[in-house]
Ligand binder design. Sequence first.
Ligand SMILES: [Zn+2]
Length: 148
Amino acid sequence: MSNKAIYKNHTNITGETIDVSRRQKRYFELAKNIAYNSSYNRLRHGAVLVKGGSVINASCNKDNFSSFGTRFRGPDMGHGTHHAELGSIVGIARSVTSGSDVYVCRVNKQEQFRSSKPCKMCHDVLKHVGVKRVYYTTDNGNVKMYKL
Ligand SMILES: [Zn+2]
């Protein structure tokens, strides 16, 4: 798939593995359900925006361009598509995204979580709008977290 390079363009940041609470597990279940709405067959991502214990928004990745995301990409990188993390924050007031957390997952056809570390574009966007922490699924079923 042509978008592979985009997804592989990660930051050097590696989150630390954490134990998820029951509440956080629910966020990932929600992200998973949302991910199944993705128009991509093999790269189904879901992201949930949470603040103060409340789910603010949720989105899957979509097969269209994001002008907002593209602004955060290098000039040589072309347009950014609508990644799940972008969808979770676009249209949400900065006062809300500031201090929030994002839970992002990828699911495969066997309904297993797979690595979903945010790409550089999403990392920069989330940081820009004041997101505090990113939680993401890994290939071995764990959850990693890092602070922006
Ligand atoms: Zn991304």
